[in-house]
Design a protein around this ligand. Structure first.
Ligand code: TEU
Ligand code: CA
Length: 556
């Protein structure tokens, strides 16, 4: 593996709308982010990923961009953005932005021009297609429900949208459009951006025949991911993108890639891959239901352990992936991956340790570092997210009662990750002096930065030590480049692995069970590096209490 500047970095995702509101309108903003840069620096963050801050009608919270060259008014101005870049740089923090180029907003001028002239130049920036026998061109279902096709007013054509109908898909076969996207990407990189997180990018390649697929639901439609999985050729488009943009800047790119073909991993993340890295979603996919959130499954520990281990072993053959326990599309990791008895500071530290010390680039999602959990939702009206509303309706149509459908959304909703950041125990968790755009989690008096900052034993201070360990001059090489070797795979409730190179062998050992387990260590401990129990020493027979985690260099 060729070494790159980002290999040993720690990244942090900010969801701007929910991070910090500086002007009391209830919406987080750039000035709010700037005011918290010291906080991020003290946490040890090297790279910040900003979810979209571009101009947008916010049908999908900014993932529907109406002007790629402008900052949303809600978030601030371009001057403030430049200030953020500068202030971050002064603190040794690089900024990457979200790059949403599978689709744009229906309010983008390209789409508006296309609607005006459905046979004109701009119509070919999108997929405008004639229907079949009074029906849409094919039977694909969008990720957010309903047909992928929406009529183009005043014509016999439809336009394609794999997400909401307000997010028309861009036609990547059109070279002129592609060039415009590349120019835009380079414009941002010229500003001093370190790179991008690249949204939904696997979807850019379409099967231009738009065949029908085997229906997989009562609506007679088939999930559009079926096209993604069957069509070839996305790699050529991704190479074109990279060669015209990122490569010239040595940018750090992290692709959001679901439904990749199994054997394509080296093309995606190898030394000359399409991206620097991609997210590892394998553990998140474990809960995927066949038909929607309503038939999703709780995560089983053994399956989770097997999945994480298998993924680590596969990925290390080619490069690094980006490791997360949660993001803005997922419920909180503590609520999802930990059994109820472990949803406390001790268990939260354990989960964080096991994830952050894996091989790969850790991405911490805002609030994860203080142990934020899913919120309690009392009514479907409390949600804002378009995906949640769709999944609620799907659950109802499948026969679930209102209460059952609400429970499904409470467990799985993307809004669990989008509730305002909990800065303090003051009104609205210190996020805003106004009315927050989404309700604050009712647990904010117990879980917030202010109460944790002075408490050495808090989740927040533990995360600081965890990150500091990963970045320490002594251990950063073994954590960045060392091999991943699973161990004690047959011990009930134990998740354990070594990170090892020619100089060092570090053991990460966690007991996800409620009871104490006894572990016979293979190697004597040289030095305990981190513990959620203030463990100072141990002989080769180790009693690991419920939810205890220990990181130790061992003699090997
Ligand atoms: O997500 C793409 C994507 O595949 C998601 O729809 C995912 O399947 C779902 O959110 C899981 O609950 C990206 C963004 O991360 C997401 O926020 C956007 O809504 C979406 O693209 C459209 O831009
Ligand atoms: Ca604001």
């Amino acid at each position: 593996m060729k070494k790159k500047w980002w290999n040993d970095k720690i990244a942090y995702q900010i969801y701007p709308k929910s991070f910090m509101d500086s002007n009391g309108d209830g919406i987080g903003d750039l000035r709010g982010i700037i005011s918290k840069l010291d906080y991020l620096q003290e946490l040890g963050i090297d790279i910040v990923w900003l979810s979209p801050v571009y101009k947008s009608p916010f049908v999908d919270q900014g993932y529907d961009i109406s002007d790629y060259y402008a900052i949303a008014e809600e978030f601030g101005t371009m001057e403030e953005f430049d200030e953020l870049l500068r202030e971050a740089k002064e603190r040794g923090i690089s900024i990457i932005m979200d790059l949403v180029i599978n689709h744009c907003s229906d309010k983008h001028e390209w789409f508006q021009k296309a609607l005006k002239e459905p046979d004109g130049e701009y119509a070919d920036y999108f997929y405008f297609r004639k229907g079949k026998n009074g029906n849409p061109p094919n039977n694909m279902r969008s990720y957010f429900g309903g047909s992928c096709w929406e009529p183009v007013p005043g014509t016999d054509k439809y336009y394609l949208h794999m997400f909401a109908k307000e997010q028309p898909d861009l036609n990547w076969e059109n070279k002129k459009l592609r060039q415009k996207l590349y120019d835009m990407v380079n414009w941002w990189l010229d500003k001093g951006l370190a790179g991008f997180r690249i949204d939904a990018i696997i979807n850019i390649k379409k099967d231009l025949d738009f065949p029908d697929y085997e229906p997989d639901g009562p609506d007679g439609l088939a999930g559009c991911w079926r096209m993604v999985e069957s069509v070839d050729g996305v790699g050529e488009l991704l190479e074109d993108l990279k060669n015209n943009t990122f490569k010239k800047y040595d940018a750090f790119t992290v692709g959001e890639v679901f439904n990749m073909k199994k054997d394509e991993l080296p093309q995606f993340i190898g030394d000359n891959g399409h991206f620097s890295t991609i997210f590892d979603f394998s553990a998140h996919c474990l809960s995927n239901g066949e038909h929607g959130w309503y038939d999703s499954k709780p995560v089983d520990f053994k399956e989770w352990r097997r999945t994480v281990i298998a993924s680590q072993l596969e990925v290390q053959k080619y490069g690094l992936e980006a490791n997360i326990i949660e993001n803005h599309d997922e419920p909180r990791g503590v609520s999802r991956f930990l059994p109820e008895y472990a949803r406390n500071p001790k268990g939260t530290k354990m989960l964080g340790t096991v994830n952050v010390l894996l091989r790969g680039i850790p991405f911490i999602y805002q609030g994860q570092e203080i142990g934020m959990q899913n919120a309690k939702w009392n009514s479907i009206d409390e949600f804002d997210d378009i995906n949640t509303i769709d999944q609620y309706n799907i659950a109802r149509e499948a026969g679930l009662t209102e209460k059952e459908a609400l429970d499904v959304c409470s467990a799985m909703s993307r809004d669990n990750a989008r509730t305002p950041f909990q800065w303090s125990d003051e009104d609205n968790a210190g996020f805003t002096t106004g009315k927050p755009w989404l309700k604050v989690n009712s647990d904010y008096k117990d879980i917030n930065v202010k109460s944790q900052i002075g408490d050495e034993d808090s989740v927040l201070n533990y995360y600081r030590r965890l990150i500091a360990l990963r970045k320490s001059s002594e251990y950063k090489d073994v954590f960045a480049y060392g091999r991943f070797e699973p161990v004690y795979e047959d011990t009930d409730n134990v998740m354990a692995y070594y990170r090892t190179d020619n100089n060092k062998r570090v053991l990460v050992l966690a007991n996800f069970g409620v009871d104490t387990v006894e572990v016979q260590l293979e190697y004597p401990i040289k030095k305990i590096l981190l513990s959620n129990e203030n463990r100072q020493e141990s002989d080769k027979t180790l009693q690991l209490s419920g939810c205890e985690v220990m990181v130790a260099e061992v003699c090997a």
